[in-house]
Write a protein that binds this ligand. Sequence first.
Ligand SMILES: Nc1ncnc2c1ncn2[C@@H]1O[C@H](COP(=O)(O)OP(=O)(O)OP(=O)(O)O)[C@@H](O)[C@H]1O
Ligand SMILES: O=P(O)(O)OC[C@H]1O[C@H](OP(=O)(O)OP(=O)(O)O)[C@H](O)[C@@H]1O
Length: 215
Amino acid sequence: MTGITIALSKGRIFDETLPLLAAAGIVPVENPETSRKLIIGTNRDDVRVVIVRATDVPTYVQYGAADLGVAGKDVLIEHGGEGLYQPLDLNIAKCKMMVAVPEGFDYARAVRQGARLKVASKYIKTAREHFAAKGVHVDLIKLYGSMELAPLAGLADAIVDLVSTGGTLKANKLVAVEEIMPISSRLVVNQAALKLKRETLAPILDAFAGAVKKD
Ligand SMILES: Nc1ncnc2c1ncn2[C@@H]1O[C@H](COP(=O)(O)OP(=O)(O)OP(=O)(O)O)[C@@H](O)[C@H]1O
Ligand SMILES: O=P(O)(O)OC[C@H]1O[C@H](OP(=O)(O)OP(=O)(O)O)[C@H](O)[C@@H]1O
């Protein structure tokens, strides 16, 4: 494949990457929300977009099935980042990785007393490192979604999840008790492609860098 393949997930990453693509003169010809196509052409013959799950973006780029992609810091930490060059924080899809517990659960006290906590999360690596650094004993339970349900259903004492407006926590009578880290999405580039396709990739990377919104 001589052209450029860009891996994106549909939803907020696709939507928030569109202006950056536009700055590089790239306009997808279809909207993944309405099209069932997984390979979407662009106005440029040499550039296409592949639509994958958010958690699969690093894998496509790592193995060179995509030359570049956009992935959340949350996803990149869990993936490990092997084979990926991460040149740019795009400052999009911003939220926070947080520890949350049911309203009324005294998290600080449980930690002080050295209690062993059951923590459910999709972000096991992040959670493990966070609690290890704090010296908190945890049993981690891997989930793939709807973390907020876990404490309500009696599966866990706490969750580690992404929080933006706080609306999801509130709707489920949970409160955030600790921020683990701020999250935004990064541009990820296949390391071999960066060398082999430098001439085509460099102007795209430069355009992205110029279009990133600062806080
Ligand atoms: N509420 C939010 N506000 C802002 N950014 C968010 C929010 N939730 C997630 N994100 C960021 O957007 C990225 C993509 O989220 P999205 O909801 O599209 O995928 P997902 O459902 O988490 O992933 P998958 O489909 O692989 O399970 C996340 O990896 C995270 O970095
Ligand atoms: O603090 P809030 O603004 O409520 O956002 C937090 C929610 O967003 C993410 O889920 P997901 O991406 O599935 O949901 P969304 O697309 O509705 O934000 C995350 O896993 C939380 O459940």
